[in-house]
Design a binder for this molecule. Sequence first.
Ligand code: PEP
Ligand code: MG
Length: 574
Amino acid sequence: MSGARERLRNIVNMGMPQVSPFVKETDMNIYEGKSVFNGVAIGKIRVYKKGEQQVKRVKVEDAEAEITRFEEAKLKALEQLAGLYEKALREVGEANAAIFEVHQMMLEDDDYNDSIENMIRTQGINAEYAVASTADNFAQMFAAMDDDYMRERAADVRDISERVLTILIGADGGGTVTEEPSIIVADDLAPSETVQLDKDMVLSFVTVHGSLNSHTAILARTMAIPALVGTPLPLDGTVDGRLGIVDGAEGKIYIDPDEETLSRMKERQRQETERKELLQTLKGRDNVTLDGKKVMLYANIGNIKDLATVLQNDAGGIGLFRSEFIYLEKEDYPTEEEQFQIYKQVAETMAGKRVIIRTLDIGADKQCDYFQMEHEENPALGYRAIRICLTRPEVFKTQLRALFRASAYGKIAIMYPMITSVREVKRIREIAALVKAELTDQGIEFGEPEQGIMIETPAAALISDELAKEVDFFSIGTNDLTQYTLAIDRQNTKLDEFYDAHHPAILRMISMVVENAQKAGIWAGICGELGADQSLTREFLAMGVDELSVSPGSILPIRKIVLETNVEEYKAGR
Ligand code: PEP
Ligand code: MG
């Protein structure tokens, strides 16, 4: 077990130092965390706090239209509160539910609304700013009152305002926290928050909490930017706005670096650029070993904006498009047409290369308000992914229609997550057949995508011989497979010392799944984070893994290993 951290280090291809308290050296502060992706980022630090910094003061042309925007957001907030009241009434009784009634009343309060509308009208500013300022003013007013009850209303006015702000910002697709490329420092970032950040403005992520397998960590790897999690640094003025250096290899962030550190890190940055340039010479080469074994090297993405890095890194295809990010970015279910346009764009951009789109994997840590899911004790073991799709066929069918239609424009493959049984796969195939029949009846063009499944539960791995008869391919999701096999919540950083990414149970399952795929004549790949573990590349080649789908930045380093490996020699020597 002591080697667990050591081995995890390889997954992310960088050092993962022990967490330690910060060391103060002259005026420069250094904090240590767990490294998610290597590289050096130098820039201004912005502390991201939920709901706060997303608000900028912006002049608007049409104040009346802005007031309408506010009113629409308010109506939506009232609907949410009514829903919460009903839910709380059922689950925790009338007395506890009453707070949501109070919130609805506050949101309809004339003084509160007049203040916001006046600000928008007289100053010609955006609704977000008017709501945030009114919230501040009213909260201060309540906080200054003598009466205990009234003083407590300060928190409520902030709460309702934040709800309206979230809706306003979400409706705008905004959420930018910064106007210049910056190092984003936060307590933690939920997937729904990360998706709202303007990625062009993010040089690096550093979070106080969060685990190496969290989706924020995965996102940082996709973006190929240095990132740290589990970094005990303060989220205040001693950090915000200061110059920072994130050193992904050493797992450190320097605040107000001294001259010597700054020039040393600039030199490291230069060397890294050089190394990346060297890897660029591998572009265009086949992924073939010295003894002629080929492997497909594909990329994982969560957004069409990631396509540029996919092409830059010469991916042979897309091995995992996490389509749930399309849902997380929206305030309501994305329509068939919206999804069709996105899938078509990916298929067309990849120009005939395989694009594996995973159907929505909402649930567990990826929560979407409008799915209105009940509170669960164990969400990772709960209502998620294919379980939602099979019980809400209307949601599933909308996505499948979009996917089948987009398949006419490129080589799309559909992949289903969180499979545990043959029965589920059979039901999925029935629904897919139904979707195709409907499209045929309606005279709508569609393609014939491959249909495969993720092997990310021990159940699926153990019955992979049977599952192989039902599908066109397997892709092993090692993140969840490890979580469910070792009974370790992938989000829980306290369990890091028990998390052994190279546990023999996992490696045996991978080998078994690949063998069962080969017997059935289908291909098998790995799309979990372990696929990018360069210390295992030769082992995966020896197992006969057909495909590795990794963050775009890992493709060329892995190609280098493939080109330098003789699989038969490696097998003889292990
Ligand atoms: C996995 O579980 O390994 C996987 C690729 O899916 P996700 O990380 O999105 O759960
Ligand atoms: Mg998974």
